[in-house]
Design a protein around this ligand. Structure first.
Ligand code: UDP
Length: 328
């Protein structure tokens, strides 16, 4: 990267965080991780990395960690990320994603952190009017999870005006796939995401996969999403840090491929890659699912000089390898 960084990664034991950690280590960047291990996996943390088991709700511990390690940049992955759970238990989501993130941002402002990269989400757009979705699409979060992310984007703007910390909020589309060397991958409990569930069905761990609705206004009636490889996401975080480090302004950037695949297409491709049968059942629509979410990634290409390297085939192949041989 050419510039010395000392990076605090929150949620570094989680799915996307651990892929980012792996990339930083490969690039010899100095980093340390905090994670409360409520959803992350200790096994995904490399042995030689500094790790503090800490919760972003624990102000005292956060402050002592900032004093001890003095990071200049923070990449904030730690969050709860299930839409359904956020509707069931908004308290938990506001406590963790809003109060916890606020504690972290406050600690940053008190400890001279210069750069902040925030894991945001395309669900901030709600039911978008235009596809592909550009960053100037109005924000219209329609569930507590999306609201928590939108609130943090807003806090980051307000804090910058007063304290000067710059930030990039990265609005992910559907993170998917696993590392190409098979060492880390997606392992959620409970699992609710399409691709892991499809792979578990191929492996015979589930009888079938439920397709949530086939009466949408799409080519085959099932929902279309923009699946982006987790290693592409990791690289975009790296480039977003560099973007800030060289003096650019705070911004919000979509991270997607610009391509969409339907639920039935994913199932068909997974059958081909796994060479297994995957039975599915057409079920009711899942509440709150927009028909189509596909990113415009023009801004990421322009500002970050980033573009996704991996295809949906790469996503499904690495996911299949991981789920066939998970390390945790
Ligand atoms: N989906 C499905 N069956 C499942 C899980 C997901 O049909 O068991 C659909 C879901 O309705 C959505 C797409 O697959 O259209 C991707 O869902 P996922 O939960 O993976 O990600 P989301 O788009 O909700 O972030």
């Amino acid at each position: 990267m050419g510039i010395v960084l000392k990076i605090l990664i929150t949620g570094g034991a989680g799915y996307i965080g651990s892929h980012f950690v792996k990339l930083l280590i490969e690039n010899h960047v100095e980093l340390f991780i905090i994670d409360n291990l409520s959803r992350g996996h200790q096994e995904s943390i490399p042995k030689n990395v500094i790790f503090e088991k800490a919760d972003i709700n624990d102000n005292q511990k956060l402050n002592s960690i900032f004093k001890k390690y003095k990071p200049d940049s923070v990449v904030h992955f730690a969050a709860l990320a299930y839409v359904g759970e956020s509707v069931e238990n908004p308290t938990k989501y506001y406590q963790n994603n809003v109060v916890g993130s606020f504690n972290l941002i406050k600690a940053c402002s008190e400890n001279e952190v210069e750069n902040f990269i925030f894991s945001s989400t395309c669900s901030i757009y709600g039911n978008p009017r235009k596809i592909p979705i550009a960053e100037n699409e109005p924000s219209n979060p329609i569930n507590p999870y999306a609201n928590t992310k939108f609130i943090i984007e807003t806090i980051l703007k307000d804090f910058e005006s007063k304290y000067g910390m710059k930030s990039v909020s990265l609005r992910y589309f559907n993170a998917a796939g696993a590392s190409f060397d098979g060492s880390i991958g997606e392992s959620h409990n409970p699992e609710t995401h399409l691709i892991p569930l499809v792979m578990e069905t191929a492996l015979g761990k589930r009888k079938d996969i439920w397709v949530f609705g086939n009466d949408y206004n799409t080519k085959d009636g099932t929902c279309i999403r923009d699946y982006i490889h987790v290693e592409d996401l990791a690289e975009a975080h790296f480039k977003a840090l560099r973007y800030l480090q060289i003096g650019n302004e705070s911004t919000i950037i979509n991270l997607g491929t610009g391509n969409g695949n339907s639920v039935l297409e994913i199932i068909e491709m997974a059958k081909r890659i796994s060479k297994k049968k995957i039975d599915y059942v057409i079920a009711n629509r899942r509440q709150g699912d927009p028909a189509i979410l596909v990113a415009s990634n023009e801004k990421a290409k322009k500002l970050l000089s980033w573009e996704p390297k991996y295809s949906i085939d790469d996503i499904l192949t690495t996911a299949w390898n991981w789920h066939s041989n998970p390390k945790f």
